[in-house]
Structure formats: structure tokens, C-alpha cells
Design a protein around this ligand. Structure first.
Ligand code: TYM
Length: 329
């Protein structure tokens, strides 16, 4: 039995990238393993949300994840800020994380570019907090999308460094995990880059069908004409990638063939893609609406989750303090 940790920042609604990049793998693992799923609401403070928005976002993301099938009876579901032990481990790990390596992190460099007026220290140490989230439960597997691969590599390094600094074999080195072996990157609808929460290029699980059809019909393709035997352009390949996770393999094959024959009609492909997405999102959307209005249920889930997560986290902190040399008189 593996210990598995998965998380999401509480900065926006759940999109297809989150679902196919990370969540689907977690759902497959939750019954047979010791699984922890949490909402990274401390991480979201790096963008300075308003207090009312912070709370509403946590609730929305929690409801969406439960609606997708995370089972609080099987997995431990909790809010990061309900488990203060994480912040203690974060502080301890910060002492062995070097400013140079943090400054070289791709996500940090990206943030500097995106929010030059708010380059706070939390952004710099973001990977350390993420490492704390994972190794606080001494996890071995972390289902994530490709964009988190570097953070996982850093987590492994911090775990290894702790072990060698104190001459122990305490923290396992966790692996980024996907059932298909390769980590997934779901592209956006704008023809470049990955699907994101705030890039305006995503399909959200809470989007009503009409909205999904509109977004897909507006997705970037190319202006053609398609040369028989030619390779699809990047924006078109992106649509094929999305299709490969939501549609039947025979559907993907059909449109690939149409493309290679040079007779593809992007309008037809998009109509099919939209309907296949809706087939997946519509039942989830209905459950989101139901769950997000059930405050008593949500409160119960997070209270029980916090208790279980703190039990695991406080054991680690006790042992870590002992290893570092904090001992009773
Ligand atoms: P976040 O909130 O950006 O995304 C949550 C999960 O969804 C995956 N993901 C994607 N996968 C494929 N294609 C995409 N377009 C795509 N967009 C997002 C992410 O890889 C991630 O697995 N730092 C993390 C949150 C976090 C965390 C952790 C995750 C904090 N502590 C500990 C795992 C373990 C983040 O910002 O993910």
C-alpha cells in the first residue's frame, strides 16, 4: 500500500487539465492506498486574494473535487490551512533550501514575469511548501500533471538532503505519478501553452453545455487548406490531444484520417469534441451544484479530514524534531 498525496491550489475552478492531469489518477488510487487529498489554500495567498474570495474559492474547489468522485470515506480530504504542522515542516525545510536553486525554478521565473509588482518571498519558497505538503505524510506517489514535474524533482532533492544531513533514511523520495507513465499536459484552446485557471483558455467542469460548445467552436485551429499527408499544425494537434482524453479512440482515429486525407472539416471535429466533453462534465456539474449547497456535509468532510491529516502530520513532526535534535530536557 502506497501513501499518495495530491493537491490543488484554491485559485479558480477545476478545468479539464486538472481533471486529466492529476485527478483521474488519484481517483483510481484512492480505494487501495493511503490517500491524502488537500486544497492548497496557503499557496493561493501568493496572489493576494480578498478574504471573501479566498473562502468562496476553497468551498468551490472542494465541492468540485468531491463531485468528481473523491470519496472522503476512502481518502483523507482536508484543507492545508487546517493542518498547521505543514507550516512547521515548511520552516524546517527552508533552512536546507538554497536561494539560488529556488530562483532558478521555472515557475518562479514565470511568476516574476507575470506579476512583477508582487514578487513575494512566498513565491520563491513555493516549492518548499509543496515539498512539505508531500513529505509530511511521507508519501511515495504524487499524481500530478507535467507542469509540476520540476516541483516534484525539488521535493525529492529536499527529502534526500534532509536524510543525508541528519544521517537518516527517514523521508522517501516521492515520484510524480501517472498511470500512463508519462505526465500529462492538457493544452489550452488558444493554440499555445497549457490549459490554465486564469489564462482564459480552459473548459471548466462547472461550465454549462452551451458555454462549452461556444468555447470549443471559438478554439484556434488553422485556416487550411490541409495538405494530404501533412502534419497537423500546433493548434490542431492541441485539439487532437484534448480529444484523445475525452473521446473514443475510434473517433480520434476517424478525424486523424480525415486530416491526413486532407478532407477534414474542423467544424465537424469541434462539434464532436464539444459533445464528448459535455458527456463527461454534465453529470459532474449537476453534482457540483448539489454538493456546494450542502454546507453541513462540507463542514463534516473537512473536520474529519483535518483530524486524520493532523494525526499523520503530527507524527512526522514529532519524529522530525527528534531527528533534528529538539529533545525534551
Ligand atoms: P494546480 O492547482 O495548478 O493544479 C492541480 C493539478 O492539476 C494539474 N494540472 C494540469 N495537468 C495537465 N495539464 C494541464 N493543463 C494542467 N493544469 C494543471 C497540475 O499538474 C496539478 O497536479 N502547486 C500545485 C498544488 C500543490 C500540490 C502540492 C500538488 C501544492 N502542494 C502537493 C501536489 C502535491 C499547483 O499549483 O497545482
Amino acid at each position: 500500500m502506497e501513501t499518495v498525496v495530491s493537491g490543488i491550489r484554491s485559485t479558480g475552478n477545476l478545468h479539464l487539465g486538472n481533471y486529466f492531469g492529476a485527478l483521474k489518477n488519484f481517483l483510481k488510487m484512492q480505494k487501495e492506498n493511503n490517500c491524502f487529498f488537500f486544497i492548497a489554500d496557503y499557496h493561493s495567498l501568493t496572489t493576494h486574494p480578498k478574504p471573501a474570495d479566498l473562502h468562496a474559492n476553497i468551498k468551490q474547489v472542494l465541492s468540485e473535487y468531491l463531485a468528481c468522485g473523491i470519496d472522503p470515506e476512502a481518502a483523507t480530504v482536508y484543507i492545508q490551512s487546517d493542518v498547521p504542522e505543514v507550516t512547521e515542516l515548511y520552516l524546517l525545510l527552508n533552512m536546507n533550501a538554497y536561494v539560488g536553486e529556488l530562483e532558478r525554478t521555472v515557475s518562479f521565473k514565470e511568476k516574476i514575469r507575470k506579476q512583477p509588482d508582487n514578487i513575494n518571498a512566498g513565491l520563491l519558497t513555493y516549492p518548499v511548501l509543496m515539498a512539505a505538503d508531500i513529505i509530511i505524510h511521507r508519501a511515495g506517489k504524487v499524481p500530478v500533471g507535467q507542469d509540476q514535474a520540476q516541483h516534484l524533482e525539488m521535493t525529492r532533492r529536499f527529502a534526500r538532503r534532509f536524510n543525508s544531513m541528519y544521517g537518516v533514511d527517514y523521508f522517501p523520495e516521492p515520484d510524480a505519478y501517472n498511470f500512463g507513465k508519462k505526465l500529462v499536459k492538457i493544452p489550452g484552446l488558444d493554440g499555445s501553452g497549457k490549459m490554465g485557471k486564469s489564462e482564459g483558455n480552459g473548459i471548466f467542469l462547472a461550465d454549462p453545455p452551451g458555454e462549452i460548445r461556444k468555447k470549443i467552436m471559438r478554439a484556434v485551429t488553422d485556416t487550411g487548406p490541409v495538405t494530404p499527408g501533412g502534419k497537423p499544425s500546433v493548434p490542431v494537434e492541441n485539439l487532437f490531444t484534448i480529444m484523445s482524453v475525452v473521446s473514443d479512440p475510434s473517433t480520434v482515429e476517424y478525424f486523424r484520417e480525415q486530416h491526413s486525407l486532407g478532407v477534414i472539416r474542423y467544424g465537424d471535429m469541434k462539434k464532436q469534441l464539444a459533445e464528448d466533453i459535455i458527456k463527461i462534465t454534465e453529470p459532474v456539474r449537476e453534482r457540483i451544484n448539489r454538493i456546494s449547497s450542502d454546507n453541513a456535509y462540507l463542514a463534516k468532510v473537512v473536520a474529519e479530514g483535518a483530524e486524520k491529516a493532523r494525526e499523520s502530520a503530527s507524527r512526522t513532526i514529532r519524529e522530525v524534531r527528534e531527528i533534528i535534535g529538539y529533545r525534551p530536557f
